[in-house]
Design a protein around this ligand. Sequence first.
Ligand SMILES: Cc1cc2nc3c(=O)[nH]c(=O)nc-3n(C[C@H](O)[C@H](O)[C@H](O)COP(=O)(O)OP(=O)(O)OC[C@H]3O[C@@H](n4cnc5c(N)ncnc54)[C@H](O)[C@@H]3O)c2cc1C
Ligand code: FES
Length: 347
Amino acid sequence: MSQAVHLIQLAGSDQSFPCADNDTLLRAALRSGIAFPYECNVGSCGNCKFELLEGVMSSCWPEAPGLSDKDRAKNRGLGCQSRPSGPLQIKLRTSDKYAPQHRPVRTTATFVSSHAITHDLSEFKFETATPVAFLSGQYALVQMPGIAGPRAYSMSNVGLINGNSQTRQVMEFQVRRVPGGHGSAHLFDQLAPGAQVEIDGPYGMAYLREDVERDILCVAGGSGLAPMVSIARGAFSSPKMRDRKLHFYYGARSLQDVCGLDMLQALSDWDARGHYQAIISGEPDTANLPVPYLRGFAHDAVAQSFGERLQQMEIYFAGPALMGQSLLKTLIDLKVPMDQVHFDQFY
Ligand SMILES: Cc1cc2nc3c(=O)[nH]c(=O)nc-3n(C[C@H](O)[C@H](O)[C@H](O)COP(=O)(O)OP(=O)(O)OC[C@H]3O[C@@H](n4cnc5c(N)ncnc54)[C@H](O)[C@@H]3O)c2cc1C
Ligand code: FES
């Protein structure tokens, strides 16, 4: 069934974009190349707020935590949750850094296979009907049948390298089973090979910067493994990055959660340019941990290992909110320029 398409006008500018009534304002704007600010794309962060000046719209998720009662009273909406019922005029401050490198597309995708990485983390492989060009470190929205709202998952496979014309049919995600979580339960328990989902992407600003001549630090915690593995895979495939060293710090609760090293060791040249460090925050599973593991938290380990040398590094991180906040504070305290730090907060 064809969808009605409405024109969305940005007040005080000559910018406008079409939005189908089954799309959201944020995603439709990005599909038109408009630099609509956002981060999570799933109603949690509040970065995509705008003000409705004229017209009628609805919300896919009226209770989304990214919008307060005060916002609602001021006629504000979340770009990632708002759908037009007709033409709209909205007030929004665009920002160039959100201009998409590759415009997001919606496509059906077929589930191919999955395999376990740890006791609660598995990799899921999909094949898309339409090629999706993405950069290493980006994420996509996966809409599963019967689940309210899409879930954001970062790709773990390598994206486009050096602007070449490769487009990917395969998208791989590494997903943690969340206790009580509906989306992860569907992926782990109900998806059979051949099942179809809708994938919408790419999204996210924490993508690999190939042109930067600095060594790389990737810090991952829990399910933050996927985008950091994608960054590492991208960095080791890029002809422009042959001289770059990459440090990969993985924060885990316990020994059984530690993962990622096998994926990195599969990269040619890893032994010469790569360095992996696991950090375990919980009680040790054994009295004497094997040598490569540190005890404590990822942000402390990073500060102790590199100190002010972090100012000369390009830093990517992904994982639980608490890890992200602690790491960010550490980097600010160590005076790391924020334009060298890239992350999309997981919610
Ligand atoms: C940018 C980003 C990248 C991410 N990458 C990964 C990754 O690579 N691997 C991974 O395991 N996890 C990732 N996550 C977390 C993931 O998207 C899920 O939040 C997490 O897996 C829990 O989902 P769930 O369905 O199991 O739990 P649930 O509790 O069922 O759902 C939690 C999330 O679903 C959304 N949601 C819930 N109800 C609704 C509704 N009614 N309408 C719309 N949305 C709703 C909300 O975003 C909420 O945070 C990422 C999150 C973000 C924001
Ligand atoms: S709430 Fe819309 S991008 Fe996070």
